[in-house]
Design a protein around this ligand. Structure first.
Ligand code: DGT
Ligand code: ZN
Length: 571
């Protein structure tokens, strides 16, 4: 990527935050749009400007006169004056503060105006002293929640959410391959295993021209600084704060090296011991019998030499996969292209960004055969949840859109709230008219384990309920799961034929190990994107990844079925 594009996209995200805080309408969205465009733009804005002038900038999608002016200003002066003014007036690390669960722009403004709070540390200190509770938008309970949220945030700092780092890593991998300088390039480490959070990006390449390839790499990656540099390895600290490294190896050891750097460490340790037992030594330097290198250009050859089945990266966590691979007993994991539908999609009827029609069209474009529109219901007032009457209008609208968008089936559903006592916020009569009913917890997260479990059990025993959405309520890097007896939920789901969701958005809930438990108990799963925006259908792959990490097969997942088969199977 191009460094100026990267810097500008960061500045526009900053502007968006400041404008949002000031309550300026529309502009924040426009700035965010440009930020996204710049992030993926192949050409360098600086070159565009040099070649085509101001008009060239205006030709970039989403860039009008005003924004083109800001880009020009930055290219000429290295600054955007308007942003400088904001930064002077309110020198707050807004990005950091918005990471705290439950904190929005208005609150950040209040924190600054009343207490001059600039960052997370000052926020935490003030909360500990009880100063936050006294602010109009806060209060005693909110202060307590903030302290918990901050402590949670601190624990996960330094790790990136898979969905945020995966596209970046894949782009680097692609650009390296396209450069013509490398023979092979593969992202390794926890990213390749598709772990829910990832510390760094590591890329392994084979090349005849290590020096050239590494220079290209340094040019390609917008970085703060070079952390380390050797003949075959270089590590940079990226603009976003995480490390990106590249390592060059020779063809004959690519199999062993990519195996080694993919990990996990626990998986590696076990395999290394096994190799030793069989008279080999295996490390990042290759597979050896005595002093003789056994050339392995692929990981398949490494596993084969050890008398094992090839083990998919998602399984390499020492969760029994080594033993299973020795017995040729590994499951065939659900493929990344296996989903035919998405059973959790929100629209602008509640808290989604786009209309039913826009979401349906996009889903079709993504190759899905059906989607279920599952807008929120009554109790979720921040999302303007639908009541029984509005659900009927919603259904009518779906019928109308269905006529306009052929080639994808739009099913009727809802994301129904489970109340404190386990009752639902929509009457059974109305539920019976929907194709798919999903339920979820959106309130009273802090109940005892026993009460929460009973609450959910009561809800899924309702004969109209098909799916329990995001069963443990966590949001990765934001919020821990609520206290719940997952084994009990699985047991009742099995009895009632309730499907459990693996949510591909930042919830990643069920998480890998729970998904494994569920399918072992014979419970069916659904993998959803939980899309609130057209771009969110891509989250399906992260959901599939978590399912694969939980040893899930295609036959365990109901949205691999055709629409007809699916509807027959549901309660
Ligand atoms: P991360 O970075 O925390 O998200 O997780 P990983 O798995 O990417 O860990 P990282 O980057 O520290 O190391 C990359 C791989 O290198 C790791 O997955 C396995 C391998 N590795 C690192 N340390 C050791 C070790 O002490 N023994 C063995 N056998 N392998 C190791
Ligand atoms: Zn790593």
């Amino acid at each position: 990527m191009q460094i100026k594009n990267k810097e500008l996209s960061y500045l526009f995200s900053q502007l968006a935050l400041y404008f949002e805080i000031q309550g300026v309408p529309f502009k924040p969205q426009a700035f965010l749009k440009v930020k996204e465009t710049l992030e993926t733009l192949k050409e360098d804005v600086e070159k565009i400007y040099q070649k085509e002038g101001f008009g060239g900038l205006e030709n970039i999608p989403g860039v009008g006169k005003g924004i083109a002016g800001k880009i020009e200003e930055y290219l000429k002066t290295g600054e955007i004056q308007e942003l400088q003014v904001y930064r002077k007036k309110m020198p707050v690390n807004i990005e950091e503060l918005t990471l705290v669960e439950g904190i929005g722009p208005k609150m950040i403004k209040e924190l600054w105006e009343h207490l001059k709070i600039k960052n997370l540390e000052e926020f935490e200190r003030a909360a500990k002293k009880g100063k936050i509770a006294k602010l109009p938008l806060f209060g005693e309970k909110k202060q307590q929640n903030i302290l918990e949220a901050i402590s949670f945030l601190k624990k996960s700092q330094g790790r990136q959410l898979l969905a945020n780092i995966y596209p970046i890593a894949k782009r680097y991998e692609e650009e390296l391959k396209e450069s013509g300088l490398v023979k092979q390039a593969v992202v390794v480490g926890s990213l390749r295993r598709m772990k829910e959070t990832v510390k760094d990006i590591d890329i392994l390449v084979t090349t005849k021209e290590p020096k050239k390839a590494m220079d290209f790499f340094v040019d390609m990656i917008p970085h703060e600084k070079v952390l380390s540099k050797g003949k075959t390895r270089i590590c940079l600290q990226s603009y976003e704060g995480f490390d990106v490294g590249i390592r060059v190896v020779v063809q004959e050891v690519f199999g062993a090296a990519s195996w080694y750097f993919t990990g996990s460490k626990e998986h590696n340790v076990k395999i290394e011991a096994l190799a030793k037992k069989k008279g080999f030594t295996l490390s990042e330097r290759g597979l050896y019998k005595g002093k003789t290198l056994i050339p392995c250009a692929t990981e398949e050859e490494v596993y084969k030499a050890l008398g094992m089945q090839y083990t998919e990266p998602e399984l390499r966590e020492d969760q029994g996969e080594v033993e299973a691979a020795l017995q040729r007993n590994l499951p065939t994991l659900i493929p990344y292209d296996a989903l035919k539908g998405d059973l959790q999609v929100q629209t602008n009827w509640t808290d989604g960004k786009h209309s039913i029609e826009e979401m349906a069209k996009e889903a079709k474009k993504q190759g899905l055969e059906y989607i279920v529109i599952t807008d929120h219901t009554t109790d979720l007032s921040i999302a303007r949840g639908l009541d029984e009457k509005k659900l009927l209008l919603h259904a009518k609208e779906i019928d109308k859109v269905q006529k306009k968008v052929p080639g994808i089936k739009i099913l009727k559903g809802a994301e129904v709230n489970i109340r404190k006592d386990g009752a639902l916020d929509i009457a059974n009569e109305a539920l019976s008219k929907l194709d798919v009913v999903g339920v979820s917890v959106h309130s009273y997260f802090k109940m005892s384990k026993k009460d929460m479990t009973e609450r959910i059990v009561r809800a899924i025993k309702n004969p109209h309920v098909d799916i329990l959405f995001h069963p443990t309520g966590r949001v990765v890097k934001k919020r821990d799961a609520y206290q719940v007896d997952i084994d009990k939920i699985i047991e009742v789901a099995k009895k009632t034929g309730t499907v459990l969701e693996v949510n591909g958005s930042s919830r990643m809930d069920l998480k890998d190990v729970y998904a494994a438990k569920a399918v072992q108990a014979g419970v069916k799963l659904v993998i959803d994107s939980d899309a609130h925006h057209k771009d969110h259908f891509q989250f399906l792959k992260y959901g599939i990844a978590q399912a694969r990490r939980g040893w899930v097969k295609e036959s365990d997942v109901i949205n691999t079925l055709s629409e007809k088969q699916l509807l027959t199977l549901l309660k």
